[in-house]
Unconditional design. Structure first.
Length: 256
């Protein structure tokens, strides 16, 4: 089985190198291997600090991110890097995540998502020209939501769009995350978002068709945001005990 697969976004545009699973053998994921797997990324948090490992799970390899006790954010508490891909009007990201037994949800944390343009995360709001982002989040007690920076957001920080109240993310079980974004026409609030979590027992999702991702046709979906950490903007979000999550089967799927 090949450890790295190149996803061809469109035959007429450049390829984006997105590894379905990590290269190398089980153990610490070193910076040299990260650079090989994510050749389009120019920075990382968590790899050089030793919080990312390669693990074997049912004949496939995965990234396992360990969340630092008492810390928040990617620099100190989890892991993050970004990978550019060919600009798209519509794109789907899917991957498998598996939370460790007894995962410490605390108040919440981020999962890998999608973006476009500049860095519209961390309290840098979208204005329709500088970029947008959407990342799934876990919340207290294993609830889930989409955390969205878009031109119609209400304040400095992103808007939260919750999944059904009864849904809880399981631990020690594979969950398939599917995130679909379709950009709006620049003069309309008709952008689409669909986020689904599929477990062995059920599928729960949310869908919006009223978003203003952008106000300029030049802004496109262009970035896979591999970001996962607790937080939140203060240490009340920090995990109180050791916990981790596995990530694998990463795919970017263009819309035909």
């Amino acid at each position: 089985m090949k450890f790295v697969c190149l996803i061809l976004l469109l035959s007429s545009v450049a390829q984006a190198a997105v590894p379905i699973q990590p290269s190398g053998s089980a153990g610490r994921y070193d910076v040299a291997t990260w650079k090989q797997d994510w050749a389009g990324s120019t920075w990382e948090d968590g790899v050089s600090e030793g919080r990312v490992h390669v693990v074997d799970r049912d004949e496939e390899k995965r990234w396992r991110v360990a969340y630092a006790v008492g810390q928040i954010g990617p620099a100190d508490g989890g892991a993050a890097w970004n990978q550019l891909f060919a600009h798209k009007e519509e794109i789907t990201l899917s991957y498998v995540v598996r939370f460790s037994p007894g995962f410490d949800w605390v108040k919440g944390g981020k999962l890998p998502g999608l973006g476009g343009g500049g860095n519209t995360t961390g309290g840098r709001p979208s204005d329709g020209f500088n970029g947008f982002s959407v990342r799934p989040m876990w919340r207290a007690d294993g609830k889930a939501e989409a955390y969205v920076y878009h031109a119609g957001q209400k304040g400095r920080y992103g808007d939260s769009f919750a999944l059904p109240e009864a849904f809880r993310l399981p631990t020690d079980e594979d969950i398939t995350v599917t995130l679909h974004v379709k950009l709006n026409k620049p003069d309309r609030a008709d952008g689409q978002l669909e986020l689904a979590f599929t477990t062995k027992a059920s599928r729960h999702s949310l869908r919006r068709e009223d978003l203003t991702w952008r106000k300029s046709a030049d802004l496109k979906a262009s970035t896979l945001l591999f970001e996962t950490f607790h937080g939140g903007n203060d240490l009340s979000w920090a995990p109180r005990r050791a916990c981790s999550a596995e990530f694998g089967q990463i795919r970017l799927l263009p819309t035909p």
